[in-house]
Design a protein around this ligand. Structure first.
Ligand code: MRU
Length: 345
């Protein structure tokens, strides 16, 4: 087996965010798995809408898309400061969006040439793929033989520049033979697990079993999973981690059942400027996403709903954080400062 096969990268061919020189080509994640429809964005405002409406989603992917949005604005001669403000406001929780725009902003200060900005956007995209491959290998090395894993939401190629974060660890762990059972949560209400993760795993020939979100504790009690492996949208300075709604209850259930809990995220998800999880803005989306499905109302007319789409897992519930800079066990403020702080090497 070659190194690339062992990492699982050999099976990963999906690239959902593609720069075509004068437009951003996005695989429409609202339509998967039954329609593989591509959307072309020709302006930054179209990119911002695509991010807001979840055509493109997943923390790293929205940062990458936003970076290309800035390039489109430069090509068109749009006001770049306004453009970056519009893109930044597209979604509030995933800090990768802000990190990518901060990097584009720093480049705009020195050079507003579209070609120069395109090379920065290309680096953001390429570095994300390299980080995912590195994290996949490091995370998989932590998993003992004959393990079952449970994942939540979609953290794969669709959510990143390729390979994925938590799903990258699962790809690599399956390729190495240590992961033998994969379970994916449905991830209500938008069904990222059911629609996207199951589709990605099936394309890669990795057998996976879908469970209802509410079946997770029962699964852990059965002894079939040894690890819960998830991604992240923002990791505060003390290790508290925002991720898709439902992650927090998985971490509580994992602790209760002695199942290990792994967060996998690139350093662009770490936000030392946010001291704790309490300071992370949690996106509230339209209650209609809960009150119906695919345009069909499922709840009695007049009913109300509350739709926070992320939650925060306290760092005490996280056994290990994998970033491309290394593995941090029991992540806390001191451990994060040592790896990401101003004095880190
Ligand atoms: O609302 P989404 O689908 O953008 O939420 C995505 C998640 O919560 C992912 O777990 C997270 O962004 C990590 S993706 C590598």
């Amino acid at each position: 087996m070659t190194e690339i096969q062992a990492s699982g990268a050999a099976h990963d061919s999906l690239r959902a965010v593609q720069w075509l020189g004068d437009r951003l080509h996005l695989l429409d994640q609202r339509k998967l798995p039954f329609e593989e429809l591509w959307v072309d964005c020709r302006s930054a405002s179209e990119v911002a809408l695509a991010i807001r409406d979840l055509v493109v989603r997943g923390a790293p992917a929205i940062g990458i898309a936003a970076a290309w949005g800035v390039v489109l604005a430069a090509q068109r001669g749009d006001d770049l400061q306004k453009t970056m403000a519009t893109l930044r406001a597209a979604r509030p929780t995933a800090v990768n969006l802000m990190a990518a725009l901060d990097r584009m902003h720093a480049s705009v200060e020195s050079d507003v040439d579209a070609a120069a900005l395109a090379s920065v956007a290309r680096s953001i995209q390429d570095e994300d793929l390299a980080a995912n491959l590195a994290m996949g290998a490091m995370g998989a090395a932590l998993i003992q033989s004959d393990s079952g894993v449970l994942t939540h939401c979609n953290t794969g190629s669709l959510a990143t520049s390729g390979f994925g974060t938590a799903l990258g660890v699962i790809r690599a762990g399956y390729a190495s033979g240590n992961i033998v059972r994969v379970y994916a949560d449905e991830t209500r209400p938008w069904l990222q697990g059911a629609r996207l993760t199951m589709w990605e795993l099936q394309r890669d020939g990795i057998p996976a079993t879908l469970i209802a979100d509410s079946a997770a504790s029962h699964l852990m009690k059965s002894g079939k999973v040894q690890w819960v492996i998830v991604g992240a949208d923002r990791i505060a300075a003390n290790g508290d981690t925002a991720n898709k709604i439902g992650t927090y209850q998985l971490a509580i259930a994992a602790k209760h059942h002695g199942v290990k809990f792994m967060v996998v995220a690139p350093s662009t998800t770490v936000d030392l400027a946010t001291p704790t999880g309490d300071a992370i803005e949690i996106e509230l989306r339209n209650p209609d996403e809960l009150l119906g499905y695919a345009g069909q109302r499922t709840v009695a007319e007049g009913a109300q709903a509350w739709n926070p789409v992320f939650d925060v897992t306290p760092h005490e519930l996280i056994d290990v954080l994998v970033t491309e800079r290394g593995v941090i066990t029991q992540p806390d403020a001191a451990a994060l400062r040592a790896v990401f702080g101003p004095d880190a090497h």
